[in-house]
Design a protein around this ligand. Sequence first.
Ligand code: ZN
Length: 196
Amino acid sequence: MSETIQDNVVVALAYTLKLENGEIVDQADAEEPLEYLHGASNIIPGLERALTGMRVGETKQIAVEPAEGYGDYDPEDIEVVPRNQFPNDVPLAVGMAVTLADDLDNYIEATISALDAETVTLDYNHPLAGKRLFFDVEVLGIRPATQEEIEHGHVHQSFADYDDEFDDEFDDEDFDDFDDEDFDDEEEDFGALRKN
Ligand code: ZN
């Protein structure tokens, strides 16, 4: 049993993430906790550091500055594109998150920051860039990571599966096709805890 949060353990976490104005922008509860591999940069650095050493059942309030979170806001990191680059039948709105694919099928997340009849302004900053983040966390579980999880740098088995006695029969390799970096990027969306 791993008693405290340290590198190469999998952590199950309940949390609420608020901004300075009290707005809740993300949360996970005991029903569907965040499960991540500690020490593998699965989560933002300021949060990962503050969680180190915590025990199951412990709670904590953690404030994270932008430099330890999603970085500073870069006002240059926007682009104005013709509206006709978007399909006609997709209603666009300011504040909407869009996923764009480039010629190489890399996916890029952006937020529509302005809109008129002719143009769409895309903001490529992470929606939480430049924000101070306030987490309320509760550690729900800690377990050692498997060798494969350590090699891949992310969690494979949820705590529920890990505790399952039939776990050894579970063929993790079946999922390898969905496990490459491209998919990770695509899946990344705007989940507030994930790192860029
Ligand atoms: Zn993997």
